[in-house]
Design a protein around this ligand. Structure first.
Ligand SMILES: Cc1cc2nc3c(=O)[nH]c(=O)nc-3n(C[C@H](O)[C@H](O)[C@H](O)COP(=O)(O)OP(=O)(O)OC[C@H]3O[C@@H](n4cnc5c(N)ncnc54)[C@H](O)[C@@H]3O)c2cc1C
Length: 407
């Protein structure tokens, strides 16, 4: 019971959890949503509340639990041990997990069949099965010190030497790199010929590795972040790291494939941002009932009620939009512009809404005693990774407005 309650008063009302609306509702989806919600409340959030303040990595037992529930294989077909869902189910579960801890909603993206695109059918099938169980968890190695928004500038080299590639270069921001079973690397095997696009010569190599170790020639240094704790983010220097030639899984289409992967990743980020903003709304609903000033619960003050109303409306709006784009992706539409729009809208919303929640919490919001500061720190990242807000605006604008030849 809180200071604002008396013995004969009902317990504080939590915010009502959002239900799947009719057009998307199926029994299977409802059951998945309920399970993810329960799991988040009982296991994910308590661990986040304990581990995040000390910047600790999530425990192996939590990863095992995610694997046992099939969350690394939501989009993998049932024949390979996955849940057989699509982008809709993936983002729906990601929102639930992000309500507890952003990092948990993020780590599931390192399964979902990532790093399984080997031409050998038997190997691909085996890796898909491992991916679905959380036994083939990867790291996405795209960004570099001088290639962030501009991925075509990737300069890490992979040179063929006999039956292996020798990798030399520098990657930055690579989440989960040491704990991973593999790193999916965007590398340069050749330079573009005159007249070719700058992205020509980029290839994808799957670097297989042991968990919790780096292979010979690879040095990693963790980057000290202000949030997004739960797994480490690495600066990686490659000095002659070897990968079998068969691990080059995409040659000329690597850049295009990366962009396609990013369309799903951006809707996933939108869902994660909605999860964080929803957490901020739910915590605010409780706090507005709990905290008293001027002899009233502060939730009686209309200014704060209106702030809460606008926060909740913006969360619903962003959720409706990302669900629509997830559904369209499942229908086979490319949705490059729509994914960019969903990410832009949801992540900017999450920054505003978590900031508003901090304001509603007054001084208590600016402490580590409450979780609203975690939502705010983590939401701040969502407008930066998977392409910044400006890059989403660039994608949207380029699809709407041709450039003049002089620009
Ligand atoms: C915590 C964290 C985790 C990450 N995890 C991963 C990961 O696991 N794997 C991975 O590969 N990468 C990862 N990233 C990298 C992330 O995707 C990049 O940080 C992001 O794409 C931005 O690149 P940058 O940091 O180099 O910024 P820059 O590209 O240098 O951008 C700096 C500023 O310039 C703006 N800008 C750049 N180009 C344009 C333009 N054309 N028009 C207008 N504005 C522009 C940007 O919006 C930004 O405001 C992570 C980053 C962070 C911070």
């Amino acid at each position: 019971m809180t200071s604002a309650q008396h013995a004969d008063e009902p317990a504080l009302l939590p915010a009502p959890p959002p239900e799947l609306p009719a057009p998307y509702r199926t029994d299977a989806r409802l059951a998945m949503q309920q399970e993810a919600r329960r799991f988040t409340a009982e296991q994910v959030k308590p661990i986040a509340d304990e581990y995040d303040p000390d910047k600790r990595e999530m425990p192996r037992s939590l990863l095992d639990e995610l694997g046992a529930r099939g969350y690394f294989g939501i989009m993998i077909d049932r024949a390979h041990g996955g849940l057989g869902g699509g982008v809709f189910e993936y983002t729906m579960i990601a929102e639930e997990l992000a309500r507890g801890w952003l990092s948990v909603a993020s780590i599931i993206a390192r399964g979902q069949g990532l790093g399984t695109e080997f031409p050998d059918d038997a190997k691909r099938a085996e890796l898909l099965r491992r991916s679905a169980r959380g036994r083939w968890i990867g790291a996405a190695g795209f960004s570099e010190p001088d290639a962030g928004s501009d991925l075509a500038a990737v300069s890490t080299r992979a040179e063929l030497d006999g039956d292996s590639y020798v990798i030399t270069g520098h990657k930055r921001w690579i989440g989960n790199a040491k704990a991973a079973d593999f790193i999916q690397l965007l590398c340069r095997t050749s330079d573009p010929e005159p007249g070719e696009k700058r992205s020509a010569g980029l290839a994808t190599i799957i670097l297989e590795k042991e968990r919790d170790a780096f292979p010979p020639g690879l040095t990693g240094t963790p980057i000290d972040k202000i949030g997004y704790h739960g797994f480490l983010t690495w600066d990686l220097v490659f000095d002659g790291v070897r990968a079998p030639a068969a691990n080059l899984v995409t040659d000329s289409g690597a850049f295009r494939d990366t962009q396609k992967w990013l369309n799903i990743a951006r809707v996933h980020t939108a869902a994660r941002a909605v999860g964080l903003a929803r957490a901020a709304v739910e915590d605010s609903v409780l706090y507005l009932q709990e905290r008293e000033q001027f002899g009233h619960p502060i939730g009686d003050f209309q200014a704060l009620r209106f702030t809460l109303a606008s926060m909740a409306a913006r969360v619903e709006q962003a959720r409706a939009f990302y669900r629509q784009v997830a559904h369209l992706l499942d229908c086979g539409q490319p949705c490059e512009r729509e994914s960019a729009m969903a990410k832009l809208v949801a992540t900017e919303m999450a920054v505003d809404v978590t900031g508003d929640a901090m304001q509603l919490h007054g001084g208590n919001g600016y402490t580590t005693e409450r979780q609203v500061e975690r939502y705010w720190r983590d939401a701040r990242l969502t407008t930066i990774f998977e392409g910044t807000s400006q890059i989403q605006q660039k994608i949207i604008a380029d699809s709407l407005l041709p450039r003049s030849p002089l620009s």
